[in-house]
Design a protein around this ligand. Structure first.
Ligand SMILES: Cc1ncc(C[n+]2csc(CCOP(=O)(O)OP(=O)(O)O)c2C)c(N)n1
Length: 632
């Protein structure tokens, strides 16, 4: 029995004395470290806000007060304290609780997320609804300093400050995004923390305002606040927030529960837009996580004592590594190649490039739209920008892809990691839509490699391609085999497919990750006496018209296989192309169905949707049986 077993929600926490809260924080940390050692997850980010989660639940009235966590990856303590202690070991597991906040998981999860930058806008929506309906709860958005590199956060702040509504922004400032945070705002937050003179003055002014409130009436307090504001504007680097219409409180130590509770209680009691600047330490209380904050932001299962991963990496490198090493090598040959990431240097493998080519590497912060338009600007001047952004996060920048890149026909190269089924991160992170959204962009070359060599070959093709944008995609997985050194890999001839096996009747047109299982399926089918054709459709757009026309002459049934949504995917695109091929021709599209996909290991997800050799063989066997019956 631990202290946590008695906490089933905020009411249980509120029954405790304030001096009992540090023991709760300790119990929460122990539980997080223990459970995440089996499940993996965002342990570093979550350890940093244990006290903040406790203080918010202690001083506010969740769920009638609405507390929103931006991204939601850091809200594990929040989960433990709002009724999910018992189910916490199922975190990120099949059928278990989510690694992010989800509205259908708990009434305390006010707004689901996974992508950064949404909390401020959503909070303002709630505060506005409250006011329109004449209700009286509080709304607070907890936003990390990393998420303050998102343009969306400022759109929300700009609107909230102007609205003068009762709304609280809590800036969780740990100096880190996943990697050390970047940009001017991050520097500004740092200078607030570092400036002792400012802090002393601000502290004094605040104490005076507090004291006056106790002795005199509201008029004097208002006057004192005006003085405080003027002094702060003179002295405070928190001015950015103040100018946006927020009263600034802080910086305060986010691990000091007394300070946190006191400040939150005071700020809760006020009205208007206000910001509380809380300084926290990522990984707090777990030595391994404190010593390498980037690695421990979020990770796979580990040994809680040694900090080693439970599963040792063996076998071929990940696609991410192949990409990172590939562009690093290609940059030796091409001085115009530059690489861009939106706050994901290690996730995209561009950190490998950064080490070798720091001057040609750009981390622009969590700002995918900006990353794309920035790349467009680089391309206008003859550079060859490689924009490495996860498939799911590039969704944020769709207009930039069309308006800033495609309309101007600029040769920007998009490399989409985590394309396809992403496993335990669940619904918000699925890379299932990029084929559909990229095929729809006029002039976009859309590709997917079957292995690491082909990825490097396609990158070579992309770098030589001057005629508009180019994209490629690869999954969260190991590459099928070790790639050859980049210098030995030739470009893939533009717009060509690769015939891998010739059969009769049915042709499997496989995309990227589905090529290897399609080949294996064909072998299994051959053992049943079914001979199928297998084609590697590494160019989804433009298609290999010569090969397609030849195939259409001696195949009736085309089975496309892609790791993406079947809605408007490659199968749909091919159907449109084959409309005039003859009444007998049909296209069967295998892929991911049109629904939100729940968290589970990636291999389980692939099997569930039949995107394995066995699954493909089963579907084709059934088709052949149907066709035989029809023919009788
Ligand atoms: C739009 C978008 N891009 C990238 C990410 C990947 N990502 C998840 S958490 C994170 C860092 C967030 O930093 P911060 O807001 O400071 O929170 P912390 O992890 O430091 O608590 C990033 C870049 C994301 N979730 N959403």
């Amino acid at each position: 029995m631990t202290l946590l077993d008695n906490i089933h929600g905020p009411a249980d926490l509120k029954r405790l004395r304030r001096d009992q809260l540090p023991a709760i924080a300790e119990a929460v940390r122990a539980r997080l470290i223990d459970c995440c050692s089996n499940t993996g997850g965002h342990i570093g980010a979550s350890l940093g806000v244990v006290e903040l989660a406790i203080a918010l639940l202690y001083e506010f009235d969740s769920p009638s007060d609405k507390i929103l966590w931006d991204v939601g990856h850091q809200a594990y303590a929040w989960k433990l304290l709002t009724g999910r202690n018992e189910s916490f070991p199922t975190l990120r597991q099949t059928g278990g609780i989510s690694g992010f906040l989800k509205r259908n998981e708990s009434p305390h999860d006010q707004f689901g997320a996974g992508h950064a930058g949404t909390a401020m806008s959503a909070a303002l929506g709630m505060a506005t609804a409250r006011d329109l309906k004449g209700e009286h709860y509080k709304v607070a958005a907890v936003v990390g300093d990393g998420a303050l590199t998102c343009g969306l956060s400022y759109e929300g702040m700009n609107n909230a400050g102007h609205s003068e509504r009762d709304i609280i922004l809590i800036v969780n400032d740990n100096g880190m995004s996943i990697s050390p945070n970047v940009g001017a705002i991050s520097k500004m937050l740092g200078s607030i923390v570092a400036d002792p003179k400012t802090n002393r003055v601000r502290e004094k002014v605040k104490q005076v305002t507090f004291a006056l409130g106790g002795v005199f009436g509201q008029g004097v307090v208002d006057l004192a606040r005006n003085v405080e504001e003027s002094v702060k504007n003179l002295w405070s680097p928190g001015m950015l927030f103040e100018e946006l219409g927020f009263r600034y409180f802080g910086p305060i130590d986010g691990h000091d529960l007394d300070k946190l509770c006191e400040t939150l209680a005071f700020v809760r009691s006020m009205g208007g837009p206000r910001v509380v600047h809380v300084i926290t330490e990522k990984g707090k209380g777990f030595a391994h996580a404190e010593s390498n904050r980037e690695k421990w932001h979020g990770l796979a299962a580990y040994d809680p004592v040694t900090g080693e991963f439970r599963k040792k990496a063996s076998g071929p490198p990940t696609w991410t590594q192949v990409f990172g090493e590939g562009i690093t090598a290609l940059a030796e040959e091409d001085a115009d190649l530059v690489a861009i990431t939106a706050a994901m240097p290690s996730g995209t493998g561009t950190s490998i490039f950064e080490k070798r080519w720091p001057g040609r590497f750009f981390d622009v912060g969590i700002a995918e739209g900006h990353a794309v338009t920035f790349a467009a600007g680089l391309a206008t001047q003859g550079l060859k920008p490689i924009c490495a952004i996860y498939s799911t996060f590039l969704q944020r920048a769709y207009d930039n892809v069309i308006h800033d890149v495609a309309v101007q026909h600029l040769p920007v190269i998009f490399c989409m990691d985590r394309a396809g089924l992403v496993g335990e991160d669940g619904q918000t992170h699925m890379g299932l839509y990029d084929i559909a959204y990229m095929l729809a962009v006029p002039g976009m070359t859309v590709t997917a490699p079957k292995d690491g060599d082909e990825l490097i070959g396609l990158l070579r093709t992309a770098l030589a391609h001057k005629d508009g944008p180019f994209c490629t995609r690869y999954p969260r997985d190991k590459a099928p085999k070790d790639p050859r050194p980049a210098r030995e890999v030739k470009p893939v001839p533009y717009g060509t497919w690769e015939m891998l096996r010739e059969g009769r009747d049915i042709a499997i047109l496989a995309v990227g990750t589905m090529v290897a299982p399609a080949v294996k399926a064909a072998e299994q089918l051959a053992a049943e006496g079914i001979e199928v054709t297998v084609v590697n459709c590494r160019f989804l757009k433009p298609m290999d018209a010569t090969m397609l026309d030849a195939l259409a002459r001696n195949h009736r049934t085309f089975v496309t296989v892609e790791e993406g949504t079947v809605v408007n995917g490659f199968g749909a695109y091919l159907s449109e192309r084959l409309q005039t091929a003859g009444p007998e021709t049909r296209v069967i599209a295998l892929g991911v169905p049109d629904k939100l996909i729940e968290q589970a290991p990636r291999a389980e997800q692939l099997a569930e949707f039949g995107l394995t050799a066995e699954g493909i063989a089963r579907r084709i066997s059934a088709l052949v049986r149907e066709e035989t019956l029809e023919a009788r």
